[in-house]
Design a binder for this molecule. Structure first.
Ligand SMILES: Cc1ncc(COP(=O)(O)O)c(C=O)c1O
Length: 400
């Protein structure tokens, strides 16, 4: 066998968090454990019927949709996105030049790093963060400067703590609110205004990852970055169909913003892929133009699950708080488990209870001491999950 080593930059990357979790899951299944999977943010509820019908109809009756798609997205898709951005956020975009289809927003986020970053460049990335924010930077062979998200600062980065020297060498800043993994939302518009001011001052591309904009609870409604003055000069925004319409496996999203900032991503992608399949784009059009009450219903399912888990975990000494959005809860380990560390606790939880969660450390150094729980299993299973975590905690307390 010849010995060909993969690239150095690939070696630098840790195993993908969910690859590790999937291995644990497989072990648990092999041992015939009754697994409750709250690990990945992988919605278990079905895609709404009208979207499925549109996909089936398109594939069956419009045979030309099997051909290579238009890489930047078909005009109908881009027009639909532009109209939805006006309806939803009051944001006007030119469908021809300011909307780009993506094969899921993860693809676009990883590639925006490669489109913009050179090895000497920095990207400002929150810690903890959705792993593609820092792994995308590593894939581009560039450097990450971590902006800690800590409870004391309501899980918001403090831009004043970024050293001037680093800010000057930074080309991208990633922000993601409603946030994965901390489930924080931003209620004070000043935060966005400060972010825009900071990025303008240092000539930084602000990437707003708005994958959870539609999954919010109560009166809270998440904005688009483009609702704030000056954002279009420095920002791009990424959106996803995955969570809003339970279409995670369909792989469809979009990036939007000024032609000048968006074009490098379009150019980069044109050398790599042919864009999202045409029948998927048409299904996306059906999703955005169709009834929107399915989104409210979905959000209220997550809100109920969130309350049940948060209150249940609080009762057994875990540090959990109600949230205003996303499909996650970010839970501080109880005192009896804090020293053990999040990875070991997550591993033992799978092995000993069959409950799969994500260790906070997988999202960054400042995620240590936390677990992320995804609210993606049948409502009835949360009661069982709580009973098992409660028993696990009692043992941990006894062995202190
Ligand atoms: C913050 C954030 N951005 C982007 C994505 C990727 O979404 P998509 O399925 O569109 O690639 C996720 C998925 O979990 C996410 O949590």
């Amino acid at each position: 066998m010849i010995n060909i080593k993969p690239s150095k930059k690939l070696k630098k990357l840790p195993p993908y968090l969910f690859t590790k979790i999937n291995l644990l899951k497989k072990e648990a299944f092999d041992k015939k454990l009754d697994v409750i999977d709250l690990g990945m943010g992988n919605p278990e509820l079905p895609t709404p019927n009208h979207i499925i019908d549109r996909l089936c109809d398109t594939v069956k009756h419009h045979s030309n949709t099997h051909r290579y798609p238009q890489a930047k997205g078909m005009p109908k898709f881009r027009k639909c996105i532009a109209e939805w951005m006006v309806k939803r956020f009051g944001v006007k975009l030119d469908p021809e030049n300011e909307v780009l289809s993506l094969i899921g927003s993860k693809e676009g986020i990883a590639h925006i790093c490669m489109a913009y970053l050179d090895p000497q460049d920095y990207a400002l990335v929150c810690d903890p963060a959705y792993p593609v924010h820092f792994n995308g930077v590593a894939l581009a062979d560039a450097k990450t400067y971590s902006m800690p998200l800590i409870e004391k600062n309501s899980y918001l980065p403090d831009f004043t703590k970024v050293p001037e020297k680093i800010a000057k060498k930074s080309k991208i800043m990633f922000l993601n609110y409603p946030n994965n993994p901390t489930a924080t939302v931003v209620e004070d518009d000043n935060f966005w205004k400060e972010a825009i001011k900071f990025c303008k001052k240092y000539n930084i591309l602000l990437v707003s990852d708005n994958a959870y904009s539609e999954l919010t609870f109560g009166d809270y409604c998440a904005p688009s970055i483009f609702e704030f003055p000056g954002a279009k000069d420095i920002a791009l925004e990424f959106h996803s169909f995955s969570k809003t319409f339970n279409m995670a496996g369909w792989r469809l999203g979009w990036a939007c913003g000024s032609k000048k900032l968006l074009y490098p991503l379009e150019k980069f992608k044109s050398f790599l892929d042919y864009g999202a399949p045409t029948f998927m784009q048409l299904a996306g059009v059906a999703a955005l133009n169709g009834p929107q009450n399915c989104i409210k219903e979905l959000s209220s399912v997550y809100e109920k699950r969130m309350k049940k888990m948060v209150h249940g975990l609080q009762k057994i000494g875990w540090h959990a708080h109600e949230t205003k959005g996303t499909m996650y809860i970010w839970v501080g380990l109880p005192n009896c488990l804090i020293k053990e560390g999040s990875l070991s606790v997550a591993k033992r939880l799978v092995k000993e209870t069959g409950v799969i969660v994500s260790p906070g450390i997988g999202f960054g150094k400042h995620g240590e001491g936390y677990l992320r729980i995804s609210l993606v299993t049948h409502d009835k299973r949360f009661h069982d999950a709580l009973l098992r975590i409660s028993k696990f905690t009692r043992y941990a307390n006894k062995s202190l």
